[in-house]
Ligand binder design. Structure first.
Ligand SMILES: Nc1ncnc2c1ncn2[C@@H]1O[C@H](COP(=O)(O)OP(=O)(O)OP(=O)(O)O)[C@@H](O)[C@H]1O
Ligand SMILES: [Mg+2]
Length: 312
């Protein structure tokens, strides 16, 4: 038996079954759907990679930039370059003869170290925007620069690599692999980045210590509370030292005590210099952020920052 974890397909993350890569007959960019909706996927797509095996094209093996200490330095974005720079972004879903314009010319800039909540009614385009920001999908038109890098027209393989290197995801459903212990879950993004095993373990455990789970590293998800599972997911999101932490309804499955716990943790993540973008339906969750972006009908219709003293 090897020491490296297997990668059970059955619980390998959200939408992993969605392997439909379709383009319309005319190759219309707008109708393109990416097969890779698994954010914790290896560069190269949903194909199960043998963990521990250096993946071709994985250019992020450097363990040296990932912190192991208690304080988290900011990501690699140089000062002055926004982490998110989205210009005139549109997204059209073509389904059969009809099409839906889910984003209708969105401009959004998020600077390094910001904490932004995205709110809006159902169908307003929040998840679509999140998929674009997370490099899980591509724009129909417009430009998206992530930490200065234009990712608008990247191939799926390159997008997967950007995701792995630059973005940490936290989801409502935690998306942990049930068969793996906490630290094995946390090390997965490093496995896909080709980091050597000893360093992966060190960093995974350091990340779990940072989220207050030093005494749970060998527990499997089923042996942890919901709040603890989400802490593991936060540790996994941080372990690669990402430029951006994207949280999609991260407290949606938690009771109020665990919600407070995770919000406090995300607050710490932000206080340590991280850029955090959080999607939420709940005003009290959004209140934790320093800026709230409200969407309606595929557009941003309100963008409010908290001024000094907490005044909006
Ligand atoms: N894969 C898809 N194919 C076709 N239409 C889609 C697809 N995904 C989303 N849409 C449509 O795009 C619009 C925006 O959807 P989106 O999921 O971004 O909304 P949302 O703001 O996240 O809503 P909710 O709060 O309900 O999650 C909706 O009209 C939706 O029906
Ligand atoms: Mg949604």
């Amino acid at each position: 038996m090897t020491e490296d974890p297997g990668r059970p397909a059955a619980d390998a993350g959200p939408n992993v079954g969605d392997t439909s890569a379709s383009r319309s007959a005319d190759g219309d960019h707008a109708t393109r759907r990416l097969p890779v909706m698994d954010p914790i996927s290896p560069p190269g797509g949903t194909a199960a990679a043998a963990p521990g095996v250096r993946l071709p094209g994985a250019t992020v093996p450097t363990g040296a930039t990932v912190p192991t200490g208690a304080t988290v330095p900011t990501g690699a974005t140089p000062d002055g370059i926004p982490v998110i720079d989205l210009a005139d972004g549109t997204k059209t879903y073509a389904t059969g003869p009809s099409s839906v314009q889910a984003l209708r010319g969105v401009a959004l800039r998020v600077d390094r170290g910001e904490y932004v909540a995205i709110m809006g009614p159902s169908g307003s385009g929040k998840s679509t925007l999140m998929h674009i920001l997370g490099c899980l999908d591509v724009l129909s038109s417009g430009t998206y620069r992530l930490s200065g890098q234009d990712v608008s027209a990247m191939s799926e393989v390159d997008l997967a690599e950007v995701r792995n290197r630059r973005i940490g995801f936290v989801f409502q459903q935690f998306n942990l692999l049930a068969s793996l212990t906490a630290w094995r879950n946390v090390e997965l993004p490093l496995v896909y980045a080709g980091v050597e095993r000893r360093i992966r373990r060190e960093r995974a455990i350091a990340a779990l210590e940072r989220v207050g789970l030093a005494d749970r590293v060998e527990h499997r998800p089923g042996e942890l509370s919901g709040g603890q599972q989400q802490r593991v997911a936060v540790a996994r999101a941080l372990v690669t030292d990402p430029d951006l932490v994207l949280a999609d309804e991260p407290t949606g499955n938690l009771d109020s005590a665990s919600t407070d716990d995770i919000l406090a943790l995300l607050g710490d993540v932000h206080a340590q210099g991280r850029t955090v973008v959080l999607i939420t339906h709940e005003a009290d969750v959004a209140a934790e952020a320093r800026r709230t972006v409200r969407m309606r009908d595929g557009l941003i219709h309100d963008d409010t920052a908290v001024l000094a003293g907490g005044v909006r």
